[in-house]
Design a protein around this ligand. Structure first.
Ligand code: DC
Length: 219
């Protein structure tokens, strides 16, 4: 069973997807973390993002591992724990640019499909219901107003020691929304058959229950 959860940055996808997976005792896959891992590695290598040969060589050498450890989402790149580094302001600034590259997307989508093959998963991202798993059993699309999303993102940033003003976060989110929704390759779109959930005024528990109840009703 695949439950696809797509939506805008900081719309509450990650927290909700993680809890839904936990409640259903199935795998949680954060595809944004995969694009962030690639971005971190490309920034470290200091190569030009357009250099297909070099970027491809880097992609070939990357082993991304993701798992839950005591409730925390651990992301490892070639055995190094990069869980916090992929949330840095620098990675966040460049991730939309990297995730717009066709050859990066092809490689990530293939990895995501392998993980989802014969495996019950809640998969969270931007193109899950439209491109990665167009036949997903359930599809959800999460939205929330920009102010609410910025407040949530700011809280997460503060927790890992990044300080920014609310206005700066709002402006960063607007840029990311624009880039994610207007790129040529797999832009962020609501799948025709996705159920839209506006999380602006919903508590996390309510967001989770909406999905769980929907899955139960349709099952
Ligand atoms: O969900 P997030 O903020 O961690 O995602 C980081 C970036 O990765 C986001 O700007 C868009 C991109 N992304 C994507 O293009 N496709 C996905 N399936 C998931 C994320």
């Amino acid at each position: 069973m695949i439950i696809a959860i797509d939506g805008l940055a900081a719309s509450g996808k990650s927290t909700t997807a993680k809890l839904v997976a936990k409640k259903l005792s199935i795998t949680y896959l954060d595809t944004g973390a995969m694009y962030r891992a690639v971005t971190l590695q490309l920034l470290r290598s200091k190569i030009d993002f357009d250099n297909i040969d070099k970027v491809s060589a880097i992609l070939d050498d990357m082993i991304i591992d993701m798992y839950d450890y005591k409730g925390a989402n651990i992301v490892k790149l070639n055995d190094e724990d990069i869980s916090n580094q992929i949330r840095s302001a620098t990675v966040t600034k460049h991730v939309s640019e990297v995730s717009a590259l066709l050859f990066v997307r092809k490689s990530m989508v293939s990895m995501q499909r392998k993980i989802g093959h014969n495996n019950d998963c809640v998969v969270e991202g931007r193109d899950i219901g439209t491109i990665v798993f167009p036949n997903a059993d359930y599809k959800f699309y999460m939205i929330a107003n920009i102010r609410m999303r910025a407040q949530r993102r700011l809280k997460e940033m503060n927790q890992i020691g990044i300080n920014k003003s609310l206005d700066e976060v709002i402006s960063d989110l607007k840029i990311r929304d624009y880039m994610d929704s207007n790129r040529d390759n797999s832009p962020l779109r609501k799948a025709k058959d996705a159920v839209e959930i506006d999380t602006s005024k919903l508590s996390i528990i309510k967001q989770v229950n909406k999905i769980i109840n929907h899955v139960k009703i349709i099952k």
